[in-house]
Design a protein around this ligand. Structure first.
Ligand code: ZN
Length: 174
């Protein structure tokens, strides 16, 4: 499939139109209805082929336009994300002395009016902005940042015992 018109499709359409115009010419000139009928049957095949060709060319063209729109949207999203991602920096948020829990946090100097928030590092690498939500579990001893998009969890403080914390399946990433 290509946005360019298919040459064989065009020659099919031209052939069909030629057959149709020849038939009209013949009808104007001929006085014998039987000759016209015979020619009409002969040309019918060409006309049907031309119609089929025209329809398939238009369908290809419409698909190509759809694809172009999709790609334009992707390019615009990537451009927007390229600017947006610069507002965040990789930040350590673990409260364990030896712990490591990295997320992307909104920079102080980003000039954003949004409340302070942190982004999921997995989704960030995928070019998606997904805000982490904080959850407190096990009677306040465990604090977790949870990504609604990919299901990632970042343990900020406390020790988790996963078997005690049944979790609903996360929404599948888009
Ligand atoms: Zn995520």
């Amino acid at each position: 499939m290509s946005p360019m018109l298919d040459l064989s499709a065009i020659s099919g359409i031209v052939g069909g139109l030629k057959a149709a115009s020849e038939l009209v010419q013949l009808a104007v000139n001929a006085h014998d209805v039987k000759v016209i009928r015979e020619k009409a049957i002969e040309f019918q095949k060409d006309i049907i082929a031309a119609q089929t060709s025209a329809i398939s060319t238009l369908t290809d063209y419409a698909s190509a336009l759809d694809r172009i729109r999709e790609l334009e949207k992707e390019v615009n999203d990537l451009k927007a994300w390229g600017a947006e991602k610069e507002k965040y920096q990789l930040t350590e948020i673990s409260e364990h002395p030896q712990g490591s829990a990295l997320v992307f946090a909104l920079k102080d100097q980003a000039g954003s009016t949004e409340p302070k928030h942190r982004l999921c590092p997995n989704c960030y690498q995928d070019g998606r902005k997904s805000i982490l939500q904080e959850e407190v579990q096990s009677l306040g001893h465990v604090r977790i940042l949870h990504c609604q998009r990919c299901g990632a969890e970042v343990n900020r403080s406390g020790i988790r015992y996963k078997e005690n914390v049944p979790r609903k399946p996360s929404r599948r990433p888009r």
